[in-house]
Design a protein around this ligand. Structure first.
Ligand SMILES: *Cc1c(COP(=O)(O)O)cnc(C)c1O
Length: 375
């Protein structure tokens, strides 16, 4: 008999999600308004602290798009973006016909390299245009080097959009991810640490910006009795059903962070003495990762393709690391700054199952494959 599939990062319900969804039905707020949306936003605001103002949206991608609009990014503007990321970090730059400039990763966090960032900023300035924004990502849950990146942002007066789509629950020097950017983004897509099926939030540092985000996210309707529109808006609001799921999920966040970090401990114990494979881990205690996904780098010419096939034959899902944007056909003509560390990571890395519902039986099956293939 074929064993059950072990997924990379499946949704994990189990709190009061259905109760909140029922509440939406009972009160007939099957709508983009309702108490679940308000409560979800408030709960996240108190979780994040640091004067966070949260706008619930239909996706993380929508949140990045709105962040760029809020920073007045227009056609022809430069926007600097981390190359090593999921395509959703960069696509909204093209939605606005702006020009992406990609920056490589550094080896410690796999996120934006401050030196390459400064090279990219200087290049844009030489072209006669200061970049309108820097999109820095907390990839796989690992915080970026916030002090260095924010220092460059300050030095050149360029706002940071923090893409913490994967990093809810992570912290840098005790401060939660989602609070480092001038604008920050978290996703609740089905595979993230908590989910609303599909959804995301934009986090701003003051209420005025939130008001404007909300205006743009709800079709840009002017404050009139009739439907008057002076600006281009979007239909990007989260709905009250999704927000109900989100409320229930958020109540279990601490458990889920602990579970993901336990997965990391499991992989650490399993692989610590293996010279052929490196588990990616936080460079110091300053970096507290939710370990959304556990990732490994294969050494000594071991092949990620072969290992992935072996897992697949055992009905275990794994995935290659994100293919960097500067190597994507879609972005082949864009400027790139760095030494292609991210390309090397893509060539040699694999993401391993990291769900919050990974049982001991699952772990044994994963151990078996790793011990057989990479003794
Ligand atoms: C998931 C993800 C997004 C997009 O979020 P959606 O809610 O799926 O639109 C953006 N950036 C990164 C790094 C992601 O992993």
């Amino acid at each position: 008999m074929k064993k059950d599939k072990i997924w990379l990062s499946p949704p994990h319900m189990g709190g009061n999600e259905l109760e909140y969804v029922h509440n939406a039905f009972d009160t007939n707020w099957i709508s983009q308004y309702g108490s679940n949306i308000d409560e979800f936003e408030h709960s996240l605001e108190s979780y994040l602290g640091n004067n966070s103002h949260v706008t619930a949206l239909s996706s993380g991608t929508a949140a990045i798009h709105l962040a760029l609009r809020l920073l007045n990014v227009e056609e022809g503007d430069f926007v600097i973006c981390q190359s090593f990321t999921f395509v959703a970090s960069a696509n909204p730059i093209l939605y606005l016909k702006a020009v992406p400039v990609f920056v490589d990763s550094e080896a410690q966090t796999w996120n934006m390299c401050p030196d390459a960032l400064e090279d990219a900023v200087r290049y844009c300035i030489q072209q006669g245009k200061k970049p309108k924004a820097i999109i820095a990502v907390c990839l796989y849950g690992m915080p970026f080097k916030a002090e260095e990146i924010l220092q460059i942002s300050k030095k050149y007066d360029i706002p940071v959009i923090e893409d913490s789509a994967e990093a809810l629950g992570s912290k840098y020097k005790g401060q939660p991810c989602g609070t480092f950017g001038d604008l920050s983004v978290i996703s609740f897509n089905g595979n993230k640490i908590i989910t609303t099926a599909g959804g995301g939030v934009l986090i701003s540092r003051n209420q005025e910006v939130k008001k404007r985000a909300l205006f743009l996210a709800t079709q840009g309707k002017d404050n009139e009795e009739f439907y008057n529109h002076s600006e281009l808006g979007y239909n990007y609001r989260m709905d009250n059903i999704a927000a109900g799921i989100g409320r229930g999920q958020l109540e279990t966040l601490e458990e889920k962070i602990i579970a993901r970090r336990k997965n990391h401990d499991f992989y650490h114990e399993l692989l610590k003495n293996n010279e052929n494979i490196d588990l990616f881990s936080a460079p110091s205690t300053d970096f507290y990762s939710n370990y959304w996904l556990n990732t490994v780098i294969l050494k000594n010419t071991l092949s990620k393709e072969i290992l992935r096939d072996k897992f697949s034959q055992n009905n275990i899902e794994t995935r290659y690391l994100w293919k960097p944007m500067h190597l994507q056909p879609l972005y082949k003509d864009c400027k790139f700054f760095g030494n292609n560390l991210s390309g090397t990571l893509f060539d040699t890395g694999l993401c391993l199952p990291s769900g919050t519902n990974l049982t001991n039986d699952c772990r044994n099956r994963i151990s078996e494959v790793l011990e057989n293939e990479i003794p």
